[in-house]
Structures are given as structure tokens and as C-alpha cells.
Design a binder for this molecule. Sequence first.
Ligand code: MG
Ligand code: ZN
Length: 365
Amino acid sequence: MQLFRTIFAAVALLLIGACQPTKTVNRSATTAPKNIILLIGDGMGLTQVSTSFYFSDQPSNFARFKHIGLHQNTPTDAKITDSASGATAFSTGFKTYNAAIGVDSDTMPQKTILEIAAAQGKSTGLVATSSITHATPAAFFAHVANRNSHEDIAADFMKTSVDFTAGGGLKFYHERSDRKDFLPELAGRGYQIDTSTLGQHYDASKPYIALLAADGLPKMTEGRGDFLPKATQMALQHLSQNKKGFFLMVEGSQIDWGGHANDGTYVIEEMKDFDKTIGLALDFAEKDGNTLVVVTADHETGGLALSSLQAFGRSDYGQINPTFSTGGHTAALIPVFAYGPGAERFMGIYQNNDIFGKMMEGFVK
Ligand code: MG
Ligand code: ZN
């Protein structure tokens, strides 16, 4: 019996020893993501995030993240960033001037993470509730000196390999001032195209583009429904068919527009929609195990505060009243939430353009 115990202990020790090298290998492998889902809440500062804890009857999906950091988003030519230079910092790793799309401060085109992923044989996707040519999505595939050049941005889309696209902006592809029509060209390249209903002409074996509005999609409060979570779910199914991995950018574009309009309900409803979409991305990543999810914003919009009500010279702490301090953007540091392989790199305080390098580490060979 004693001998048996000794042998048993020795075997157990051997087994533990044998397991250790494998464990170490796994641990280092887990910092290299195969897939990346970058979710950008345009105009989403910490207060906008906080609304998902106060104004929703669902638990906030932000509470599922353990690795959280902050980024500073100062552009090269101003104190406060716009969405173009903000998104270009994420997509290329270069800080640049306001209005720049995929170009550095000398207007030199710089490769984006989406283009690099595509060149490596990974699949790519873009989902937004604005037009696809709007500053945030545009910064991932276009290289133009000014964000307002929507038709040039759409022309750059035609030079890029994007396997799944869903958003607005049909007029920049289809009713252009130069009379070009990109839809027949996309169809000729084998794209499935939808211009009215998401998924109507979807075919899992072909690239897909849905341009469901002339410009931006409707607000949540005007009946956008489940477009953002549904398109994100479709994108994840579509892109995960590629064994080499994928890069997907999802934008909650209109959180920013609610901030510009100083409309608390607009912000809150757009945040609920974005929060739900984050939940789907996390569900996918938890199952998959090789997917890095990064949630952040380019900047905060509106100087939103969740204020107490002031009445008769007294503060009422029984209610939360969304108030705004500007119709534009603010310089507040912006939260970053990360999950999956490499998530620990997003802890701490860093610059917005550092997010590019943190995503790229181990993502491409
Ligand atoms: Mg945007
Ligand atoms: Zn804005």
C-alpha cells in the first residue's frame, strides 16, 4: 500500500511536470489573436458608457470586461480630435490632423489594419449605422486628405477587399456626381448586394455589401430596430468561415450624433443598441477563444454629465438628469475595454494611436 502510494505520488508529479511546458506554450499563444473585433462607439465617453448602467433594464455588457484602460486622443493640429483623425490613429497607428482619412500629418497614405489583414489572407468586415464613407469606417479603407470627399472615399472602397459590409451611404456608390455606378462593378466581382433589406440577397459563399440608406441609417428612436446587432451577428458568421482569421470594425456611429444634438434620449437609445452589439461580440469571442474584442471611442461628444436636478436652490439626488456642456467634442480621456488574447495590453493609460500596435501584436505573422 505504501509502495503504491509512493508510485502514485511519483506519477502524479510526473504528470504535473509534463503538463507545465504545454501550459506555458498556451499562455504565450493566448496573447496572439487570430481574429479582432474592434467596436467603436463614436462620441462615447465614460458618461455615455455609464448610461448603460442607469437607463437600461438589461445588465450592461461593459461589466463583462476585466481589462480596462484609458487613451488620450489629441490630434496633431488641435487640442480636441474629430472622428477622422481619431479613427485614423486606431486604423494606421499614426496621429494626424482633424479631417484626415487614412493619411498621416503630411497627407501620406498609411496602411490600415484592415488592409494589412486582407493582404495576409484574413477576411475583413465593416458595420456602421452611418454611411460606410463616413469618417470612422472610411479611415479603415480610404486614404484621402479630407473626410468630406465621400465620393473619393467610395472610390477607395473599390480598391480594397472588404468581405462583409453593412451600413448606409448608397448615394456615394450609386448616384454619384461623376455618373459612375459602383454597384454593377461590385456585382461583377461576385458581391451579393442589398439596398433595402439586410440579408435579402445574402450568400455565405460570396462577399456581401448592404447599403440600406442614401446616407446615414435612421436613429434608434426613429425605428432602426435591430440592424446593428443583426448585421454584427451576420458579419461574425460570415467572416469566421475563414480559417486564417478576420478583422471586423463595428461602429455605433450615432452616439456622437445624439451628443451633437444634446439629446439625452438619442444618446441613451444608441448606447443600448451598442451595448447589445458588444454582448454579441463577447459571446462570439468567449466561444471562439482566439478572438480579441476591443471596445472604445474616438472621443467624447457633448460634454455629457449625469447630473442631479437643481430645484429651489437644492440638489435632488433622487433622479439622474442628462445635461450637456457643448454641442461639439471634448478632450476627456476615453475608456478602452478589452477581452481575449492580448487583452492585458490594453490596461493603463496611453495614446489613441497605441491601440493600433496593441491590436497588431501577434495578429499578423
Ligand atoms: Mg463615426
Ligand atoms: Zn462628432
